[in-house]
Write a protein that binds this ligand. Structure first.
Ligand code: IPE
Ligand code: IPE
Ligand code: MG
Length: 249
């Protein structure tokens, strides 16, 4: 049988794949362990996915690591997640550099503890000129927060005369989002068999293809990514047009 990877049409790769990495807690529970054990084991899946996306030549990979709503989780879980974040960044920076990966962070950076924000900014700077995969980590991110924040800053700029009210169209609005330098994802994957978006990239996924994988995040491997891309490549993206219209210029 043809290898999964060989079934991917390299001329029709999604430029940007976004992933809601879900199911760590359930993975741990199945093993009679604490939720944090699941988060720890999710790191292998992150490594595999970043490597897999880079090898294929995908340009942008966004990983939803921690939502605004996740601040409501038990204090010990949050603390463990933050420690895991720091230790992973520390241990993976060399690999990011070696693999020419550029790191970007989207989210409410002000809500992160100082030492985490500083460390992340440092790695974002160090990898800033890398030309391979752009790895975007969504951290303390919430789409409604992002959209409300954009609206507030537009209002400020209108009041200060920096932008005219009539100039606010979709493109101008996008410039105020945290993703302003990042193209919209063509493919969004959510793991763990949950069929919801959980406040992720609401503006940006207007025409994104959605793919739901039953795999719990710590079990996610390159093959799961390949399967999602193969499925994506079978779909017809119509953007409101008819099939016939897609075939003419
Ligand atoms: C995803 O796994 C990781 C984060 C949200 C930080 P969960 O921790 O949500 O795992 P489940 O959904 O409870 O299994
Ligand atoms: C979404 O997962 C957030 C991340 C994967 C970081 P959640 O586990 O927080 O989502 P819900 O609560 O099941 O919707
Ligand atoms: Mg979850």
């Amino acid at each position: 049988m043809t290898e999964l990877k060989d079934q991917i049409d390299r001329s029709k790769l999604p430029n940007h794949v976004a992933i809601i990495m879900d199911g760590n807690g359930r993975w741990a529970r199945e093993r009679g362990s604490h939720r944090i054990f699941g988060h720890q084991n999710g790191i292998t899946a992150v490594r595999e996915t970043v490597e897999g996306a880079g090898e294929l030549g995908i340009k942008y990979l966004t990983l939803f690591a921690f939502s605004k709503e996740n601040w409501c989780r038990p204090k010990e879980e949050i603390n463990s997640l933050m420690s895991l974040m720091i230790s992973t960044i520390n241990s993976e920076t060399e690999t990011l550099i070696k693999n020419n990966v550029r790191l970007l962070i989207i989210g409410d950076m002000q809500s992160l503890p100082d030492h985490i924000r500083n460390k992340l900014n440092e790695v974002v700077d160090i990898t800033g000129s890398n030309k391979g995969l752009t790895l975007v980590i969504a951290l303390s991110y919430g789409a409604r927060w992002e959209i409300a924040d954009a609206a507030r800053r537009i209002a400020e700029d209108v009041a200060e005369g920096k932008i005219k009210k009539d100039a606010i169209d979709e493109a101008a609005f996008s410039e105020y989002l945290v993703t302003r330098h990042i193209p919209d994802p063509e493919l969004l994957i959510r793991t763990s068999g949950e069929y919801r978006i959980s406040n992720f990239l609401l503006w940006q996924i207007a025409y994104t293809e959605l793919y739901f994988s039953p795999a719990l995040w710590p079990d996610f491997r390159k093959e799961h990514l390949y399967t999602a891309i193969i499925e994506f490549q079978k779909r017809e993206r119509r953007f409101g047009k008819t099939s016939e219209q897609l075939n003419c210029d």
